[in-house]
Design a protein around this ligand. Structure first.
Ligand SMILES: *Cc1c(COP(=O)(O)O)cnc(C)c1O
Length: 359
């Protein structure tokens, strides 16, 4: 046979996820921690990895890591599930709660992976767009779930790429208005310091997503976790790839999680830099930063795509959302080191002033 029949129809028109990674001196595009795991922790990781059997399959459920996470959150092991990055768990959610004849409620603009997962799994997508200031249209969401056909929803808090938290009282009202499974994506929890964790006991339809990729400097390792009710976790276990979290990743994550307190000063520094960066952006004519509770700042400006290119020429890579629906004119910059943030502001100032001169 020459030629091959078409792939599954839901793939038509889907673009593969593209992080738009390009070589640069300052990577401010992927919301990573600008500081890698320090030497002392790295030495401990190496010791742990030396002890790891490579010829054996890993513990499928990463129970040692699960226990550490459960204990830290006052939960039992069966309320926690570890995945190959938060991304795997998002896909598992779509597999387990979506599918043909099922509906996912999305609140765009938000993390694009949610909608892609819904399409891959033939899940219908219902949307309640955010308002112009990116706040959630709470009454519209509650009205939409009242129709009764929503099977699962994702509320991102803080939202990526816009930066603001979902109000706690709204999430509670949503949990109480529906029996749909509501995921609160807390990928940036360590920077917002707010969590829906206290509502897990009272709300069986709540599930919380966290990751090691952002605050804990492990984007290269691929570990995330969810916390939810045992019944929900059991369903997710049915659809997951049995050995998705390899033995080395489990070892690295155990060491990092056990030593998570050592990341606190770095997290506090990023939170301070976030305020300094936001204030500096606000002083640039025509640049409007949105308040952020995460480790990135979204800002809107004229000729944002040209500004992106100007920054990139100077070795600074930020994320260009300027042509994304609802995010027109917006760029997102990860909070970097003080030097990187200064370089970003200087590059933007240069761009904005250059345009003023042209007028
Ligand atoms: C980064 C991120 C995740 C998970 O990332 P992983 O690296 O796969 O753990 C989940 N949700 C949001 C909103 C994110 O920004």
């Amino acid at each position: 046979m020459s030629g091959v029949r078409a792939a599954a129809p839901q793939l038509a028109g889907l673009e593969p996820y593209d992080p738009k990674y390009l070589p640069a001196e300052a990577f401010l595009s992927a919301n990573e921690n600008p500081t890698d795991v320090d030497a002392a922790l790295r030495a401990e990781i190496v010791r742990e990895i030396r002890k790891t059997a490579l010829n054996r399959y890993p513990d499928p459920l990463a129970n040692d890591l699960r226990d550490l996470i459960a204990e830290a959150n006052g939960l039992d092991r069966d309320q926690v599930l570890v995945g190959n990055g938060g991304d795997e768990l998002l896909f598992d959610l779509a597999l387990a709660w979506g599918g043909p004849g099922r509906t996912f409620l999305n609140l765009p603009p938000t993390f694009s992976v949610y909608e892609a997962n819904a399409r891959l799994t033939n899940t219908a997508v219902a949307e309640v767009p955010r308002r112009a200031d990116f706040s959630i249209d709470e009454e519209a969401v509650l009205a939409r779930v009242a129709a009764g056909d929503i099977d699962f929803a994702i509320v991102t808090s803080p939202n990526n790429p816009t930066g603001e938290r979902a109000p706690e009282d709204f999430v509670v009202r949503l949990l109480e208005a529906t029996d749909a499974l509501v995921m609160v994506d807390e990928a940036y929890f360590e920077f917002s310091r707010r969590t829906m964790r206290p509502y897990l006991e009272s709300h069986e339809n709540l599930i919380i997503l966290r990751t090691f990729s952002k605050a804990f400097s492990l984007a290269g390792v691929r570990v995330g976790y969810v916390m939810g009710s045992p019944g929900v976790i059991r369903e997710l276990v049915k659809v997951r790839q049995p050995y998705s979290v390899d033995a080395l990743s489990q070892a690295v994550a155990r060491v990092v999680f056990a030593n998570r307190a050592s990341f606190e000063p770095g997290i506090a520094a990023i939170i301070e830099e976030r305020a300094r960066l936001t204030d500096a952006l606000r002083t640039l004519p025509g640049v409007t930063p949105f308040p952020s509770d995460a480790n990135y700042v979204l800002f809107r400006m004229d000729a944002a795509d040209e500004a992106w290119a100007h920054l990139y020429e100077r070795g600074i890579l930020v994320r260009d959302f300027s042509h994304a629906p609802g995010l027109e004119g917006c760029l997102r910059a990860t909070v970097g080191t003080p030097d990187q943030n200064d370089a970003l502001v200087a590059g933007l100032r240069d761009f904005v002033m250059g345009r003023c001169d042209l007028r």
